[in-house]
Write a protein that binds this ligand. Structure first.
Ligand code: ADP
Ligand code: MG
Length: 620
């Protein structure tokens, strides 16, 4: 609730709407006790008095009645009618929609065709027809307005329910023996409630307007009782001679409807879960950088990270996803970055090009240098010109990263034309060449297929072709083979290896599989809880791991033909990165750990081979 209020009030317009509406609402509630004149007492001697006349702050109407008092009572009536109509329409419509969506089939068909029929009539005509049948009067106007809005709620909520009704939690509820009514009330309603509330809050204004419209035509509230609409209607004859009599209720209707709509929009935004987690602020174009000092380069390298730290700031919590990672990539070199899920590999990779979403991501220290140029905190335009052209990414799931509605050829051409202003046909030719380069079978025909028509391996080939589109110097591959089966994985690895040798590409290869590292990488860095715990040439690390964690990881890789042995799992879980322990983060799971392992900072020592451990395994 607190978060909701904070989000709502961050939206200035919604906050203004809330303030205006609360003032009007409180005044309307207090109307009976305010020292107002009687709204019905006529004074033929003081007709059409102007505002600020003595005794009549807003003047008087055509029968000499005090306008301020009539305005307050009218507002009270209009608000009450609007709220009752919205709640009524919302309740009935949502109930109809949930039932139709949940039962589906014939029930759904019959209900929704009836709803469609109602929606087929012009809105206001239908309301007029209903009032014509029931007879004029405020209650009947309310019923008419509510009735014409029921189909709107029914359609909306039915759509939501259809999406929910086949989800596993509903199946689970059914399996647990819950009856239909119970499922509707306890499983579906809570999920649809935010949408119902949003729909109500955005339609109240509309309903007040419609009721006012009916009253204006004389079909709503009957004299002497007046809501805002009938006040307007009564003032119609004096519109030119005494405009204030229509302006007063007109301005109030405007204020109410405007503030309700602004507030309703704000509520919708604040309740939308997609906007809620990332706060209402949209992600920034590049990751937020908040670093005090810039470390100097600690060595050579085409791309090098120096003491890079990245965190997520969520409320008061700080998730230290990446802590002081240093890593270098030489031209033509393939470096493996390996670690368990959640160890910070992806965040490290995304930080390089400022691709971590902010909020909540913050780069809190370090540098990422491409040929000596620091990219952390570089202007957005500079990053944009480098993204994809000098440093390209390959992601794990190409089905999620390729656009589902564009053909492969068009997407490749777009990637090229993003950095090179060449003609469409030329880009298409290059796209074809790229597909051939990644050994896409029958490349020419594949230009015109959609991503879903390709197999997983072929899609990943498209992902690689996309990364190669602008001849980058560095490719960062984030678990590109994790979603593939082993034979396709072997083909993709062979392709990457061939490409890097042919083009001198530097590859940062992220994986959680030591087998893959052994096949492809010249060097390997092992990450644990956001830190590099060991780094060195792949062959040496594989032959004699120094850090106990690396040793345990390697022991987990099965070997074909190596005889029968137990594959030891590592007991325990990695620590949560918002509560990292002091000392070595692996100590609680390590059999060699001693007192000293849980104190102070344990540094990454060594030169060619480095490890962060005070009891390393023996290394030749
Ligand atoms: P992986 O090594 O599997 O690629 P990531 O780099 O994706 O791991 O994540 C590193 C850590 O950052 C994880 O512990 C994760 O919980 C944390 N993290 C990632 N995104 C967010 C976020 N939006 N908010 C809070 N923590 C996050
Ligand atoms: Mg990852």
């Amino acid at each position: 609730m607190n978060l909701f209020a904070a989000l709502l009030f961050r939206n200035r317009l919604a906050a203004a709407g809330a303030v205006v509406l609360s003032i009007i609402g409180i005044l309307a509630l207090l109307t009976p006790v305010l020292p107002l004149q009687d709204p019905y007492t006529t004074h033929m001697g003081s007709r059409y008095l102007l505002p600020l006349s003595p005794g009549h702050f807003l003047g008087t109407d055509g029968l000499g009645r005090d306008l301020l008092s009539r305005l307050m009572w009218g507002t009270r009536l209009s608000l009450a009618v609007g709220v009752v109509a919205a709640v009524g329409a919302g309740t009935i419509g949502s109930a109809v929609g949930i039932v139709a969506g949940y039962f589906g089939g014939r029930t759904d068909n019959i209900i929704m065709r009836f709803v469609d029929m109602l929606m087929g009539f012009p809105y206001i005509l239908l309301a007029l027809a209903i009032v014509a049948v029931l007879g004029p009067g405020l209650m009947n106007a309310l019923i008419a307005v509510a009735a014409v809005n029921v189909p709107f709620f029914a359609r909306n909520i039915r759509g939501i329910t259809v999406g929910l009704a086949h989800r596993e939690f509903v199946d689970a509820a059914r399996l647990s023996g819950k009856g239909h009514l119970k499922i509707l009330v306890t499983e579906l309603l809570p999920n649809a409630l935010p949408v119902i509330v949003i729909a109500m809050s955005t339609t109240i204004g509309w309903m007040i307007l419609e009721t006012a419209g009916l009253s204006f035509l004389g079909l709503g509230s009957q004299p002497p009782q007046a809501d805002l609409g009938s006040m307007l209607g009564e003032a119609r004859s004096a519109m030119i001679t005494s405009p204030h009599t229509s302006m007063v209720p007109g301005a109030m209707i405007f204020l109410i409807v405007m503030s309700i709509n602004l507030l309703g929009d704000g509520i919708r935004d604040a309740l939308d879960p997609r906007l809620r987690s990332g706060a209402l602020a949209r992600p920034m174009a590049a990751t937020l950088v908040r670093r005090k000092t810039v470390p100097g380069p600690t060595g050579e390298g085409l791309l090098r990270l120096d003491d890079l730290s990245a965190q997520f700031h969520v409320g008061k919590r700080v998730y230290r996803a990446v802590s002081e990672v240093s890593l270098a990539l030489a031209p033509g070199e393939c470096v493996g970055l390996i670690g368990e899920s959640g160890s910070g590999k992806s965040v490290t990779a995304l930080s390089v090009m400022g691709l971590v979403a902010s909020p909540p991501g913050v780069i809190t220290g370090g540098a990422a240098r491409l040929e000596g140029e620091d990219l952390i905190g570089a202007p957005y335009e500079r990053l944009r010109s480098l993204r994809g052209s000098r440093v390209a990414y390959i992601f794990q799931d190409p089905l999620a990263t390729l656009h589902p509605l564009y053909k492969i050829g068009d997407q490749l051409a777009e990637a090229i034309r993003c950095h090179h202003p060449i003609s469409r046909s030329e880009a298409r030719k290059r796209a074809l060449k790229l597909l051939a380069d990644v050994h896409m079978p029958n490349a020419a025909a594949r230009l015109d297929v959609f991503p879903h028509e390709l197999s997983g391996g072929m899609r990943q080939r498209v992902g690689i072709a996309m990364a190669l589109a602008n001849e980058p110097d560095v490719i960062i591959a984030d678990e590109p083979t994790t979603a593939l089966d082993v034979t396709v994985q072997a083909q993709i690895l062979a392709l990457l290896d061939e490409l890097r040798r042919a083009r001198g590409l530097a590859i940062l290869f992220i994986t959680h599989d030591f087998g893959v590292v052994g096949q492809l990488c010249d060097r390997v860095a092992v990450m644990y809880a956001g830190r590099i715990v060991e780094e060195g040439p792949t062959a040496e690390v594989l032959a004699a791991p120094a850090h106990p964690y690396t040793a345990r990881l390697i022991a987990c890789v099965p070997e074909l033909g190596a005889g029968r042995r137990r594959l030891p799992a590592i007991p325990g879980l990695p620590p949560a990165v918002d509560r990292l322990p002091e000392g070595c983060a692996f100590a609680p799971r390590c059999e060699k750990a001693t007192e000293a392992c849980t104190k102070g900072e344990i540094v990454l020592s060594g030169a060619q081979r480095r490890w962060r451990c005070i009891h390393p395994e023996p290394v030749a």
